[in-house]
Design a protein around this ligand. Structure first.
Ligand SMILES: [Ca+2]
Ligand SMILES: [Ca+2]
Length: 405
């Protein structure tokens, strides 16, 4: 029986797990079964909109992403709406003095020479959003409308019109990061963007925008919708929009980058961990944790894979991964840490790694690739693996941990 030893957490980027974000959906499950997908103006659509999961079409290392396609309106009104119930531990409560943070990534495709024509809303809501007819009862929201440039808009009280908060020509096929810092007690949110050339640094684009729907009920829904035609203003969305990494920190303002992420995995029956993420310089590593339970030692295959990764442009890959294996029982004693660099430095290790990877179905490493791997016998206990780039290199790497025997 070869199975993964129990996984504690999958990866962190940059900072410890206390970064605080809870991943609500990163689409790596490959299904949308938690999402409620609905249509508005269905009878007027000449082509229905859709929400699907696709492999990141821009090869930015996002893995699976959500694609929301507005469809084609026959008349003026057709919307596709996706609502995701937020797990209880990530819901935003209305507590005096308490802020929370909603984070996600978003990319706009190119459409020939120009930016995709998009007309989308994204935000948060209470349970009322479960019904299409109540989709306007959202709390926190922004909107992008294409008319040559993209306008982000916020919204005040229901009687107010949308206010443009930022206007930009988006870089295409790039994931923008968006943070809403939410004050659910005062019904206000501030929005930050990072990405592309206009927002190369994290930029606050709205300050204390009022909620549209002011209720102290928990914010318990993520709400995304795309319009192929709006009866009120005639704006038509044409291109799809791509989303990934919906995360919430219910406990505070959290302007960390997504790459500061901490995923708790409770399923110990996984066949392997294949966790992929961006590795940055210094402590901005990709970190995996696992536990060997029971009383006997186990043989474990650890691999930090760079250039062998598929479906990512070479330029985004971590060219020379290494990893540090840290027994948590002696984490402060560096002499007990093991640092592994190139998997084929030592012929005996190379042979063992090749054989184990073959049996386990792990990524097959290529001689001279710079990837790091080792077959190691470990005593029971908790371990952390920190993947980094030799010489401070940055890029996407995959950490694999397998129990071998
Ligand atoms: Ca993803
Ligand atoms: Ca290496």
């Amino acid at each position: 029986m070869r199975r993964l030893v129990v996984v504690l957490f999958v990866f962190i980027f940059g900072r410890p797990c206390s970064a605080g974000f809870i991943v609500v959906d990163d689409f790596e499950s490959g299904n949308l079964s938690n999402w409620i997908i609905e249509f508005y103006g269905e009878e007027e659509a000449s082509e229905l909109g859709s929400i699907t999961i696709v492999d990141d079409p821009f090869n930015r290392g996002q893995g699976n992403v959500m694609r929301i396609d507005p469809g084609v309106a026959g008349g003026l009104t057709h919307n596709v709406i996706g609502t995701l119930p937020i797990p209880r531990n990530a819901q935003i409560e209305g507590v005096e003095g308490q802020k929370s943070t909603f984070y996600f990534k978003m990319a706009i495709p190119s459409a020939g020479e120009t930016a995709g024509r998009v007309h989308h809303f994204f935000g948060l809501s209470t349970e009322d959003a479960d019904s299409v007819t109540h989709f306007s009862r959202h709390a926190v929201q922004a909107r992008i409308i294409e008319d040559g440039i993209i306008q982000y808009r916020d919204e005040g009280n229901v009687s107010d019109s949308f206010q443009p908060i930022a206007q930009t020509s988006h870089d295409l096929e790039v994931y923008y990061e968006i943070w809403f810092v939410v004050d659910h007690w005062n019904f206000q949110s501030s929005m930050y963007i990072r990405g592309g050339s206009d927002f190369s640094i994290q930029t606050r684009v709205s300050v204390d925008a009022d909620f549209r729907f002011q209720s102290l009920e928990n914010i318990s829904r993520i709400l995304i919708f795309s319009s192929a035609g709006n009866i009120f203003n005639g704006v038509r969305g044409v291109e799809a929009l791509y989303f990934d990494d919906f995360m919430i920190d219910p406990s505070g303002e959290n302007l960390n980058f997504s790459t500061v992420r901490c995923v708790e995995v409770v399923n110990s029956n996984l066949v392997n961990i294949s966790t992929r993420g961006k590795v940055g310089p210094n402590d901005a590593g990709l970190i995996g944790g696992f536990v060997i339970d029971g009383n006997s030692s186990r043989k474990v295959l650890l691999q930090a894979v760079g250039m062998e990764l598929e479906n990512i442009d070479d330029t985004f890959k971590l060219s020379d991964p290494q990893f540090r294996l840290v027994p948590m029982i002696s984490k402060d004693d560096e002499s007990t840490h093991m640092i592994i660099d190139d998997w084929d430095d030592d012929q005996s290790n190379t042979t063992l790694v090749e054989r184990a990877a073959d049996v386990l179905g792990a990524t097959k490493l290529v001689p001279g690739s710079g990837s790091a791997a080792m077959l190691v016998t470990l005593e029971p206990g908790a371990y952390t693996v920190v993947v980094s780039g030799v010489g401070g290199a940055e890029g996407i790497a995959l950490l694999e941990v397998y129990e071998y025997e």
